[in-house]
Design a protein around this ligand. Sequence first.
Ligand code: HEC
Ligand code: HEC
Length: 264
Amino acid sequence: MKAKKLIGALFISGAVFGTFAAEGISAEDWALYQEGINPGEVFAEEVGGALFEKPMGPEGKSCASCHTKNGEVEERVATAAAYYPKYDPSCGKVISLEQRIQLCQKKYQGVKPFSLKSKENTALTTYLFYLAAGTPINVDISSPVAKEYYEYGRYVFTLKRGKRHLSCQVCHEFAVGKLLRMQWLKPLGKDPVMGAEGSRAADHWPAFRMTKNKVQTLQQRFIGCQKQAGQKPLPLGSKEMVALELYVKSLSNGVELKTPGLRR
Ligand code: HEC
Ligand code: HEC
């Protein structure tokens, strides 16, 4: 494991450990936090990295067999996490990194792709985000199709849904700076909104969630909010979710990835 990547985990203060000690974290993960290790990085390397190297399909091709040169993952794949969701000409639409992985599994490995809900897809995604740590986020929102997705994503962000008639915007723009169940409501991008500092959400997801004891992607994090807000969750990989991801991620364009993160 690269030493520089562990530093990110060290900011976790004793107070935070104290809070989570009470929430049923496994003894194994507890030991990792105490050493300043982010279990998300272990997951990225040991589960995601192993899948990347694993030969699959009728011709026994691994991701690495196509994307590794001289023992290094080729640049465009190692930094792809900073540029997705991205327009894919063969699909004729904007796709998430999770879907790009599925595309390679189907098109180039000749296997049934891991589902977007699966641990395996999340592991490969987290591995690519781990490789891309330090790369500035730069999602395209200016080409015609990308722009359409960006605008649709902003629309989904502002759309009030569910029994409580809430939108993402209500909590992450209108109510920023207020406390909800002991958590501050924050804007999601790099810029402050009404004086409240942005959380730069896209720079630290996928993240290991201490309360869930597993790694979640940004889209999976959105589902957590949708459920809490009493909304029917949007399907992973749907046009709505991809557009929402593109919109939220664009709010952190220029910010370096610090993935995988470590969150409550
Ligand atoms: C047989 C070769 C082959 C295999 C195996 C393969 N890929 Fe690919 N991959 C490609 C090619 C060729 C492209 C670019 C052309 C395209 O868009 O289809 C690509 C594109 C990509 C991209 C997008 C890069 C960009 O610039 O947008 C990512 C990310 C990626 N592959 C990841 C993976 C992962 C993860 C696996 C294993 C699950 C995998 N690939 C398996 C050949 C392969
Ligand atoms: C009822 C209020 C509420 C609604 C509605 C809501 N959220 Fe949240 N959201 C929260 C709270 C509270 C947090 C936790 C704050 C934290 O992590 O510090 C959070 C956290 C997040 C995070 C993680 C932030 C980070 O920096 O790690 C993301 C991403 C997010 N929300 C996206 C969304 C999206 C997208 C929607 C709409 C589908 C949405 N939220 C709707 C209250 C809400």
